[in-house]
Write a protein that binds this ligand. Structure first.
Ligand SMILES: [Zn+2]
Length: 393
């Protein structure tokens, strides 16, 4: 049986999406890390690296970059994509107030706004920002989400594709050459892999395409979507990336703020509450985790994290606890107890609405879910699924 490796410092496992968390030796480590240990995940190693960064130097680098893009004609000089969660709020606010930039914000709408998500989105804009909200064709988005759920157990994929594609297209259209991302995705692991220790981490790789045939959505090519699933190409514009040559020609640069400024999810949360009226989940913690301040906007969020848990045995609590352990907000022991208690909790709050949205019944739902349970992670005992390898076992 394939053995899952758990980080000895946090609660992360080797099952996190391929390429995002690594435990392997890589050449890049040795340049920046003094103590390499392959029982420690790359996200934790990244925090070792962070503790050695000269943050004053980095802020100077930020300031120079902003000065390069700053405009005097009153037009927008920076684009901040975001949902109005704590990270995008923090970044847009400091760009405007501390660095005196003129940001335009843009938002790719969730599948279905939660009440608190919509309220926070509104208060974000009301804190003094221009925003472009892009909402995809509801019928098409729903079809793609269903296909993606059935085909990849990834109901979030069409949303995630739009999220990475839309800002670049807005930047091109509005002729804004700098895009600044505030999320801590990188610090969770996505960019926290070992390749991130070098300077490439400063910039985000922009989604683009060279050959149209290479574009895939919900696991299908555009041709397959047209021919087999009757979704016409003309309804897919929002999901099609910009051309590589167009991005290069326009010198669009996209950066991640956590490269320049040393902040953590909790400090952003306090900042967002104090300066922009950010509100936490009024019902307390979100399903599948113990936190009440992250990923609150979309009714489908809970399902998204649940599908992770099915496919990898680690869910939303692992993600949140890992990040909080690295930021010394909680201890590893506390993290393990939280993972045991909340990870993989079934998202029942919006379950009925989700079944309706996906246009499937509960039996079909369970059948799809069970098809994606890897053998080395799941075993059925007396009609109940048991997780075989966990950080708390
Ligand atoms: Zn770790």
């Amino acid at each position: 049986m394939k053995k899952v490796k758990f980080c000895e410092r946090c609660v992360e496992s080797s099952e996190r999406f391929v390429g995002s968390i690594t435990f392997n030796d890589k050449k890049e480590d040795k340049k920046t890390l003094t103590s390499f240990n392959n029982n420690v995940c790359s996200a934790c190693l990244y925090f070792d690296y962070k503790s050695k960064v000269d943050w004053k130097e980095r802020e100077k680098e930020l300031s120079d970059l902003l000065n390069k893009h700053r405009r005097k004609d009153g037009y927008y000089d920076v684009l901040v994509p975001g949902s109005g969660g704590k990270d995008s709020r923090f970044v847009a606010h400091i760009l405007k107030t501390k660095y005196k930039m003129n940001p335009l914000t843009c938002t790719w709408a969730p599948h279905a706004y939660t009440e608190i998500g919509w309220k926070n989105f509104q208060s974000w804009i009301n804190s003094g920002l221009d925003n472009i909200l892009i909402t995809p064709d509801g019928k098409v988005h729903r079809k793609l989400t269903k296909l993606s759920f059935k085909n990849l157990l990834h109901p979030f994929q069409p949303f995630a594709i739009g999220q990475s594609v839309i800002p670049i297209k807005i930047a091109l259209e509005k002729k804004i050459n700098l895009i600044v991302y505030g999320d801590n995705q990188a610090e969770v692991g996505v960019g926290g892999n070992l390749f991130s220790f070098n300077d490439k981490y400063r910039n985000i790789l922009l989604q683009s395409y060279n050959k149209f045939e290479d574009i895939h959505l919900s696991g299908f090519s555009i041709k397959e979507l047209e021919e087999e699933h009757k979704i016409s190409r003309k309804f897919l514009n929002l999901y099609i990336p910009a051309r590589q040559e167009e991005i290069e020609k326009n010198n669009i640069e996209a950066i991640k703020m956590p490269y320049f400024l040393n902040y953590n999810p909790q400090s952003n949360f306090y900042y967002a509450m104090e300066h922009t009226n950010f509100e936490v989940n009024p019902e307390g913690r979100s399903e599948g985790t113990y936190t009440k301040y992250s990923s609150l906007d979309d009714k489908i969020d809970g399902l998204h994290y649940y599908t992770w848990f099915i496919k990898t045995g680690r869910g939303r609590t692992t993600e949140d606890a890992g990040l909080e352990i690295r930021n010394k907000i909680i201890t590893r022991e506390e993290g393990i107890a939280l993972v045991k208690k909340y990870d993989g909790e079934f998202p029942k709050k919006y379950f009925k609405e989700i079944l309706e949205y996906l246009n499937i019944n509960e039996d079909e739902f369970n059948e799809i879910i069970d098809k994606f349970r890897p053998n080395h992670l799941w075993k059925k005992n007396n009609s109940k699924w048991e997780l075989l390898q966990a950080v708390w076992k």
